[in-house]
Design a protein. Structure first.
Length: 137
């Protein structure tokens, strides 16, 4: 863990427009200042998925005003993270020895409506809550 003893978590998916954005926002909501949260994509989209924005708004999480936007995955982001959680980024995710990697197999919300995104969001939230229990005292 880092010198502040706060775990640093990086969520990675291809476009950084759906799954990784939901995971980062949910970890921030539930983990607060006990964790450092990042998200990125191996091939970031231009904008966030509108159905993801709507599904998160149902939980009173406003991705737009929070400054969430698709970001390019960098080696620096991986190097400074304690846990890297991939969500379908394939071979694009850099690997560094000593990092903890988790692969969360989740449906891709791309092209889906909000009704299809809700169960993905809820599964991500379930996993985020388990992750907090593991990482934070």
């Amino acid at each position: 863990m880092n010198h502040e003893s706060r775990p640093e978590v990086l969520f990675v998916c291809i476009h950084n427009a759906g799954r990784s954005q939901m995971a980062a926002a949910l970890l921030l909501k539930h983990g607060g200042d006990r964790v450092v949260v990042r998200s990125a994509g191996s091939a970031p989209a231009d904008t966030l998925n509108p159905a993801v924005i709507a599904a998160m708004a149902e939980l009173d999480i406003d991705l737009l005003t929070s400054g969430a936007h698709p970001k390019k995955l960098t080696n620096e982001a991986v190097q400074s993270s304690d846990v890297v959680i991939t969500m379908g980024c394939g071979d694009e995710c850099p690997f560094y020895p000593g990092k903890r990697y988790l692969d969360w197999v989740l449906d891709d919300p791309a092209g889906q409506g909000v009704d299809a995104v809700r169960p993905i969001r809820d599964e991500i939230e379930r996993r985020v809550l388990e992750l907090i229990d593991e990482l934070v005292d």
